[in-house]
Ligand binder design. Structure first.
Ligand SMILES: O=C(O)c1ccccc1N[C@@H]1O[C@H](COP(=O)(O)O)[C@@H](O)[C@H]1O
Length: 243
């Protein structure tokens, strides 16, 4: 079995590391300094950190300089997302030295711009497919963004290298990942998929590792780590054992 990558999440709102429930603004629990959180994941053995500017995703502000300083302080790969929607924000995000950026709203609202970004930057661009049922969500998950499988077909045709698939209804709930959704998305695209939303236990990590053969490359883990459901070293050890 291929080793499942784990991407501990650091979502930032108003300068603090937070976790939301189902992406709802105002539902956050705060976990302090984002740099401390990211460095803790790195010390615990993370090979990736998933770093999100929630204020930029909601269109209510920006933590751009803070996130750039977090990326600069880390030695591990960073997937950076939130508010990357035009040439200027894309250039600034890539200039942080992150390994890749994750486009959400722009992939749905500015398909031509997104296609150009994919063509220019290859696998430094992933697209986040934030899903309720089979409908996509944009702008901090507050706006309707079209049909999942139509969008996936379009992005595949444009050469999108990778997808980050979040079941919004699971995110931050500790209710387990949506394995059926992941199976369906993997059946619909040949490109690798990063799973996101709902991970609550080492059994969930085991179940996700069981999907590497069909295209699940990794999983974002957020609330479960912050809430102490398991530790990152335990989860990393499990992915090694299962590989
Ligand atoms: O990650 C979250 O918990 C989250 C919650 C609510 C809205 C967005 C969220 N995250 C990520 O934001 C980017 C999308 O940003 P944009 O649409 O490109 O500005 C994407 O990674 C979402 O998964």
């Amino acid at each position: 079995m291929t080793k499942l990558q784990l991407l501990p999440a650091v979502d930032v709102a108003d300068g603090l590391a937070v976790r939301l429930v189902q992406g709802e603004a105002g539902s956050e629990t705060s976990y302090g300094d984002p740099l401390e959180a990211a460095l803790a994941w790195q010390r615990d053995g993370a090979e990736w950190v998933h770093l999100v500017d929630l204020d930029a995703a909601f269109g209510r502000g920006s933590n751009r300089e803070l996130l750039a300083s977090v990326v600069g302080a880390l030695d591990v790969d960073v997937e950076l997302s939130g508010g990357i929607r035009d040439d200027e924000s894309l250039a600034a995000a890539l200039a942080t030295g992150c390994r890749r950026v994750n486009l959400g709203t722009a992939a749905l609202e500015s398909p031509e711009w997104c296609a150009r970004a994919i063509a220019e930057h290859g696998d430094r661009v992933a697209v986040g497919l934030d899903v309720r049922g089979t409908r996509l969500a944009a702008r901090g998950w507050t706006q309707e963004g079209g049909e999942l499988y139509e969008t996936l077909a379009r992005l595949d045709a444009e050469g999108c290298a990778r997808y980050v698939v979040t079941d919004i209804t699971k995110d931050g709930t500790l209710r387990g990942p949506n394995l059926d959704l992941l199976r369906e998305v993997c059946a619909a695209t040949p490109r690798p998929v990063i799973a996101s939303g709902g991970v609550s236990s080492l059994d969930d990590i085991r179940a996700l590792a069981g999907l590497t053969g069909i295209g699940v490359e990794g999983s974002i883990v957020g609330k479960a780590l912050y809430a102490g459901q398991f530790t990152l070293p335990e989860a990393l050890r499990l992915t090694e054992e299962l590989a």
